[in-house]
Structures are given as structure tokens and as C-alpha cells.
Write a protein that binds this ligand. Structure first.
Ligand code: IPD
Ligand code: CA
Ligand code: CA
Length: 269
């Protein structure tokens, strides 16, 4: 993708994400229509659907040849990342949105023939925009994020993970995950994969590990983390399949190999 087009798409996406966020903030106390999807804790609201519809309408009107991969089903049925694809999570952290009215984000990744070109993660209630264009660094609002510092060790790292994986994990032995928790300095669970990626890029969390994420959870975050020198792979260290669900590890490059070899592969079921 040439720079002119990348700059134009970035500007559009930035305007739309800020506008969508402002709409959500204005309606944050309106009555919500909440329903469940795959299980009783997998929530979706009218706000998730309306926000996704807003992006679909904007993108399809402005760029009719672009494709859209999004969570709530208003996008295209996509089997590959050929062409220009907008990968969107209208609300990442819906449980936080419903229960806390904060700690959720809108996530937009724009890919061209499989290459991540633009990533935006908008923490709506805090009005903080994480953004990146490929090759131009990552930013938190107007502040450029520093490259991840060399010399990171696991024992001094804070890692993001879902506590469920410590007691119920179909991929890695629970004992192995527990031993990872005992090794690191601390753990955090923020409840929004997109924000966890943004925190890895910001260098306030050194890794985020999870057993199943969809493309819209990670599309923007991968680009941000990449821009500061971080790595994102599946939990075995392999490349991700960007049109399917994956177990995901995003982290500081110095601790990637050790997490994979010592805590995941040794404990792989
Ligand atoms: C979820 C959040 C959550 C993660 C889940 C995701 P949603 O996305 O990112 O932190 O643990 O795996 O599905 O459903 O709120 O968009
Ligand atoms: Ca999500
Ligand atoms: Ca979502």
C-alpha cells in the first residue's frame, strides 16, 4: 500500500473511531438490550451491533471495494485477507461495557493483502487512542511509544492472562500455566484483548497470553506491538492465521522464546 493511501485510510479510520466512541459515551447510561451468544458469559448488546453497523455503512459507502471482517455479522464473509480488509471489533470488552461501563475499546486493523498497515485501539471512556501505521511507530494519543527496552527477564515481567486458563485449559496443562504465574512478577486481567495488546505496546505489561482470540480481537494490536519491536505468534511460536481463531501470545521479544519453550510446549496437552 502506498503512503498516500495509507495516510488517507488512517485519517478516515481515526475520524470514524473517535465519532463512534463519542456516540457510545453519549449513550453510556441509556437502557441496554443485552443478549448472549455462544454461552451465558458471551455477551452482545445493541451498542455492539449499532457501532458495527456504523462502520459498515461508512466503509461500504466510501470504499465499496474494501472488505470488512467484523464480530457481529454485518461485515463480509471472508476466507482470505486478499485486497484491503478492515478488521473491526466494535466493542472489545463487552462484559466490561455491560458490568462496568468502562475498560472497553473499539479496535480497527486495516490489512492489505495480509499485511497489517494501520492499527487503532480506542479506549472509549478514557478517551485514549492508541494508533500505528506500519513502519512509522506506535502512538498513545500524540506521544510516540518507545521501542521495548532490551534485557527484559521473565522474573521481572507482568503478564496478562485470563485466570480461567489456570484451572481449565484444553491446550496447556494447568500446572504449567500455574508455574508461569509463580515465575513472573505479577499477572493482570483487563478484560479487553485489544487493550491488553495496547499495554504490551506501551511497555506497561510484558506479555499477554490467551487460548482463543478472533481476528478482530488482535488485528490492530499486532500492528501496534510490532511497531515497538514486540512479537505476536500463536502459543507455539508459529505464525497466526488471521481469518480464524488462534491461541495467542504477544510479548516483549526477550521473553517470547522462554514462555513458549519452558511453559507452553513442555505443558502442551
Ligand atoms: C473478548 C475480550 C476478552 C477476551 C475474550 C474476547 P469481546 O472480546 O477481548 O478480554 O478474553 O476472549 O472474546 O467479546 O468483549 O469483544
Ligand atoms: Ca473482542
Ligand atoms: Ca466485541
Amino acid at each position: 500500500m502506498d503512503k498516500l493511501l495509507r495516510d488517507e485510510l488512517y485519517q478516515q479510520a481515526r475520524n470514524w473511531i473517535l465519532e463512534a466512541g463519542s456516540t457510545i459515551r453519549n449513550k453510556i447510561n441509556d437502557p441496554l438490550d443485552v443478549s448472549t451468544k455462544s454461552n451465558p458469559n458471551d455477551l452482545v448488546t445493541s451498542m455492539d451491533k449499532n457501532t458495527e453497523k456504523y462502520f459498515v455503512e461508512k466503509i461500504k459507502t466510501t470504499y465499496p471495494d474494501h472488505l470488512l471482517l467484523s464480530e457481529e455479522g454485518f461485515g463480509d464473509d471472508i476466507r482470505s485477507l486478499d485486497g484491503i480488509v478492515w478488521i473491526i471489533d466494535p466493542i472489545d470488552g463487552t462484559m466490561n461495557f455491560v458490568q462496568q461501563k468502562r475498560n472497553f475499546a473499539i479496535s480497527i486493523g486495516i490489512y492489505h493483502n495480509g499485511i497489517g498497515e494501520i492499527g487503532l485501539i480506542y479506549n472509549v471512556m478514557d478517551d485514549i487512542l492508541y494508533h500505528a501505521k506500519r513502519g512509522e511507530g506506535a502512538f498513545r494519543d500524540e506521544v510516540k511509544l518507545a521501542p521495548l527496552k532490551k534485557g527484559q527477564v521473565l522474573e521481572e515481567s507482568v503478564i496478562g492472562l485470563n485466570h480461567l486458563w489456570l484451572c481449565q485449559n484444553r491446550l496447556v496443562q494447568e500446572q504449567s500455566m500455574q508455574s508461569l504465574v509463580k515465575t513472573v512478577r505479577g499477572t493482570r486481567t483487563y478484560g479487553s484483548a485489544a487493550l491488553e495488546f495496547a499495554y504490551v505496546a506501551e511497555g506497561i505489561v510484558e506479555a499477554y497470553i490467551t487460548m482463543s482470540l478472533a481476528p478482530w480481537d488482535i488485528a490492530a494490536g499486532i500492528i501496534l506491538v510490532n511497531e515497538v519491536g514486540g512479537i505476536t505468534t500463536d502459543i507455539d511460536g508459529n505464525q497466526l492465521n488471521m481469518v480464524d481463531k488462534n491461541p495467542v501470545l504477544t510479548c516483549h521479544p526477550d521473553i517470547h522464546q522462554r514462555i513458549v519453550a519452558e511453559f507452553i510446549q513442555k505443558g502442551r496437552k
